[in-house]
Design a protein. Structure first.
Length: 302
């Protein structure tokens, strides 16, 4: 990591963990999974494929499988997935997503505990794969989630690091069988992707050295920009954790994006291990977050 800087340039309020799963460089990817169903019915599951490339793909002979279920995509009404296009699979009937026509209707249930989903091309090669057997689904929710019945979204279908996030509950497309808005985006760009492009970029400049002497007043320095607004419009908060990120306490909130904050480390016992977090929020509520490595307070003698 160049210069030992830590940079986590976006995360949005309400978005869940980001976990690497899947294949890199696939021409068609598994893009969104509503494994928890919808508010109309927990059985109303749906899966979305996406072609993020600049060329159309013929899905004739392709299959999508999980558990004992094997879905042959040649049964779809149109097996040509255009460049940038989406392919929607709805469970049991076309009313699962009531206002978006299914490309294919299938029979078979996804387990809420997680499973393996494989997309194979006409030659039988794995084009994309989600393995959620051991750790469970890395994102998405069922009835008790916040938001409930939220889909599991791929953050960037072209990224080398395959990341998943929970739908944000705000950027929506489609309605469930009862006509209520879905916490998902079937047939449209994922909310996680929209947020990733719009959220502030934040970089921690100092302190970032695990061996740094944190004594007296330490200047926390950062850089924050807004891809769809002005840097001056961002508001910044700084938090500290004494338990390696399990819980956080506010050091400062609603700061102007000035790039620096004077932190009085004498408020913490000597020898404490701490982690810092800087969050920049824009006017739309999108947040960029960066965390420091574990640092040590060294106010005492020796």
């Amino acid at each position: 990591m160049e210069g030992r800087r830590r940079s986590a340039w976006w995360i949005a309020a309400g978005l869940a963990i980001l976990v690497p799963l899947g294949c890199v460089g696939a021409e068609v990817v598994i893009n969104e999974i509503a494994w928890g169903g919808t508010a109309a019915s927990a059985s109303d599951e749906w899966i979305e494929l996406h072609n993020p490339t600049g060329a159309s793909v013929d899905l004739t002979g392709w299959t999508l499988s999980f558990g004992e279920t094997v879905i042959e995509l040649r049964n779809a009404t149109d097996v040509i997935l255009e460049a940038g296009g989406y392919f929607l699979l709805e469970r049991s009937d076309d009313g699962t997503v009531s206002d978006v026509e299914a490309d294919i209707v299938y029979v078979g249930a996804l387990t809420n505990s997680g499973t393996v989903i494989e997309l194979r091309d006409a030659a039988g090669e794995v084009a994309d794969r989600v393995d959620a057997v051991e750790s469970g689904w890395p994102a998405g929710t069922a009835s008790a989630g916040d938001p409930p019945y939220a889909s599991m979204e791929r953050v960037d279908p072209l990224s080398e690091a395959v990341e998943w996030a929970t739908h944000d509950g705000r950027i929506r497309n489609g309605a469930d069988a009862d006509g209520a808005p879905l916490n998902g985006t079937p047939g449209r760009e994922n909310s996680a992707r929209v947020i990733a492009l719009a959220a502030p970029r934040v970089e921690l400049i100092a302190p970032i050295d695990e061996e740094a002497v944190l004594a007296g007043t330490v200047i926390i320095e950062w850089s924050a920009t807004d891809p769809d607004g002005t840097a001056e419009g961002l508001r910044v908060s700084i938090e500290v954790s004494l338990d390696d990120g399990e819980t956080w306490e506010i050091l400062a909130a609603n700061l102007a994006n000035g790039g620096g904050y004077a932190w009085d480390t004498t408020l913490h016992p000597d020898g404490d291990s701490v982690r810092l977090k800087v969050t920049a929020e824009d006017g739309s509520g999108y947040r960029g977050v960066v965390e420091s490595p574990v640092l040590t307070i060294r106010n005492g003698e020796g």
